[in-house]
Design a protein around this ligand. Structure first.
Ligand code: MSP
Length: 649
């Protein structure tokens, strides 16, 4: 029987104590890209995420809000699920530790290990703050040795509790880590863990009696199972641990537990020991990824630097966020999140490189071949492109197989750049002018469509919606359930004689607000000194920045009439203008509201750059720019007494 290879990947289950931020979304996006890639590569994938709902903290917060813990977490978990849906996360299951199916697993695991003698009843000693009902360690106390929350004295108390014999497994674990180089990744974390274990492992307290929002210990129900023992067991629940032996045999051991660096310890020490006590095989890999930080600081509610992923998705779309996270940050290291960097990536890579490649290709196929892709003739440029495409796909696969996601994304985009270069090399617009070169032209356009087909496969794990849109515009099958990674390593699969669709913009350029620009100019004007210096520098640069007539001729200037004008809501400086170019009407957004009221400018004939790349400003597609003269704080539109449609040269 030709059984599909299986692949089991998990994210941590998230605490519902706070709203999820972009750092949590980072972890889930990585897992999603890996899962999507593996599916393309022919694996039967099980991708799990979920929520870690028990514990004293949740119980307290619920009490403060006057609701039951489950009522409290239900609302939050609905928010998690909504976020994953908006981010296009393709998890196969979502486990909640409050579910009955999970409770069954935890109790059974507890029972088995207890019967084996590796769980025993003992005494948990700690520093207890009675008003807060919390245990603290010496390190957590405030500078006066008091409770770090209420700053009242703590007392040493002892409470009956169950312990798991972690210490018993230390040597076996060290041996396993030693024999399985890839078990803990990256290497730096592996070394950290080895050192930690070598210092000796203490048995782990796995129950509490001081609260009851948790899973009762079988046979001793005043205890609830404590945090990590409960949480880690989640990985066994949905793959049939107790109820589907075949499924369990297929997916266990997990291929990757993807976790943030601060919880590698729990996954690579406590979890393997629990599994050894259960006589189950250990996961193949615990991958500790770095944190997403803001200006070098980890995101946290108390620092007020959390970035809400939903707002970003609303503004830029899920694919752009996914792209940024996976491209910008090397998996094992911390990476910085910044809005400016995000916008630069969108503009340079997505709107410009990828968007233009698709747009140019489809426009030329439409214009030169009435939308049809035919085989045509190949030449040396084409052969080199083809070689580079296949090399890129091969490299990409290797990087994805090694979980080098950022490198894989870079490889895909390097090939996008390569294909753009191919357009410049072959200049299809010149071939189109020559009747004798029709075949060559067809070959160039075929190669471009074929390159985009391959690109769509390479970007799918990272930008699933965009990959689908590209294929829809190319008019080739767009359901990735039926597409295989192998198709990226084959040249010539684009259907000959196929018709493509009209190009549609994939990613609008994000204008770093025309407003902001206007503000900067105004500030500079106020500072006369700075302006003078600027003028001197401009003068010095003038000769260096001279342009040729050909370059100047690329700017198309025309006299247009302003038909209507209105303020752009919630801005101080922007006006939306409707202008008549003579042969068409367009909308543009202009930063002139401080100098002109709508009434001042309607009816004026002004000069406009008409071939400026369209850009979205405050949600309005601005297709051009009117020219103005400015000095200091004064500004005047260039208005001429010439008929609409006149060229300005
Ligand atoms: N509930 C535990 C995990 C139990 S797994 C059996 C937990 N939850 S958490 O909500 O605090 O964190 C979940 C994951 O989010 C962790 O892997 C953590 O590293 C990750 N992140 C939280 N903030 C992050 C960043 N700023 N950047 C990257 N990942 C971050 O721990």
């Amino acid at each position: 029987m030709n059984e599909k290879k299986s692949f089991y990947i998990t994210t941590p289950i998230y605490y519902p104590s706070a709203k999820l931020h972009i750092g949590h979304a980072y972890c889930t996006t990585i897992a999603d890209a890996i899962a999507r890639y593996k599916r393309l590569d022919g694996f039967d994938v099980f991708f799990l995420t979920g929520s870690d709902e028990h514990g004293q903290k949740i119980q307290r917060t619920a009490e403060e809000k006057g609701v039951t813990p489950i009522e409290y977490v239900d609302g939050i978990v609905a928010g998690f699920k909504n976020l994953w849906e908006r981010l296009n996360i393709s998890n196969d299951d979502f486990i909640r530790t409050s579910e009955k199916r999970h409770e069954k697993v935890v109790r059974e695991i507890f029972r088995r290990i207890y019967e084996k003698g590796d769980i025993y009843k003992g005494e948990y000693k700690g520093l207890y703050c009675t008003p807060c009902e919390s245990y603290w360690t010496n390190l957590q106390l405030d500078e006066n040795g008091c409770c770090p929350d209420c700053h009242r004295p703590v007392e040493e108390v002892a409470e009956e509790a169950y312990f798991f014999r972690l210490s018993k497994y230390a040597d076996r674990l060290l041996k396993y880590i030693d024999e399985n180089e890839d078990f803990i990744y990256p290497v730096s974390r592996r070394n950290e863990m080895i050192n930690f274990i070598k210092q000796g492992l203490e048995d782990l307290c796995i129950s509490r009696t001081s609260f009851d929002w948790g899973i009762p210990v079988p046979g001793d129900e005043k205890h609830v199972v404590y945090v990590w023992f409960d949480a880690l067991s989640n990985y066994l629940t949905p793959i049939g641990f107790l109820d589907d032996a075949e499924k369990f045999a297929k997916f266990w051991p997990a291929d990757i537990h993807l976790v943030g660096k601060e919880i590698v310890r729990f996954h690579s020490i406590i979890w393997p020991c629990i599994l050894m006590a259960l006589d189950l095989p250990l996961p193949k890999q615990v991958y500790g990824h770095g944190w997403l930080v803001v200006k070098g600081d980890k995101m946290s509610k108390s620092k007020g630097n959390v970035v809400d992923p939903l707002l970003l998705i609303d503004e830029f779309g899920a694919d752009a966020i996914r792209y940024f996270l996976l491209r910008e940050i090397n998996l094992g290291q911390d990476g910085n999140f910044s809005r400016d960097a995000l916008i630069s990536r969108i503009n340079a890579d997505l709107a410009n490189d990828l968007g233009n490649l698709l747009h140019r290709t489809l426009s030329m196929i439409g214009k030169f071949q009435k939308g049809t892709v035919t085989e045509g003739a190949n030449n040396a440029f084409g052969e080199s492109l083809q070689k580079d495409a296949l090399a890129a796909a091969k490299k990409y696969r290797k990087e994805m197989d090694n979980t080098e996601l950022s490198d894989a994304v870079k490889t895909a985009f390097a090939f996008i750049g390569r294909a753009n270069k191919y357009i410049d090399e072959t200049a299809p617009w010149a071939l189109a002018k020559d009747e004798g070169k029709k075949d060559e032209l067809a070959g160039v356009l075929y190669n471009l469509a074929e390159s985009l087909r391959i690109i769509s496969i390479m970007i799918f794990p990272v930008m699933p919606d965009t990959a689908k849109k590209i294929r829809e515009q190319l008019n080739i099958p767009a359901d990735f359930a039926d597409i295989s990674m192998d198709e990226a390593e084959q040249w010539g699969l684009f259907p000959k004689g196929g018709m493509v669709n009209k190009p549609e913009q994939l990613f609008p350029r994000i204008e770093v607000e025309a407003e902001e620009h206007a503000e900067k100019t105004a500030k500079a004007a106020k500072n006369n000194k700075a302006e003078k210096k600027h003028e001197q520098v401009a003068k010095a640069n003038e000769s260096a920045s001279q342009i040729s007539m050909e370059e100047f001729a690329k700017i198309h200037l025309r006299v247009v009439k302003v038909l209507a004008a209105e303020a752009v809501p919630n801005t101080e400086k922007l006006l939306k203008l409707t202008v008549d170019l003579g042969d068409e009407k367009r909308e543009i957004v202009s930063g002139i509201a401080k100098h002109y009221t709508p009434g001042d400018i309607v009816g004026k004939n002004v000069v406009m750059v008409i071939n400026l790349k369209p850009t979205k400003i405050r949600g309005i597609l601005s297709q051009g720019m009117v020219l103005a003269a400015s000095k200091g704080e004064d500004l005047e539109l260039i208005s001429v007494d010439m008929p609409v449609g006149s060229k300005v040269k």
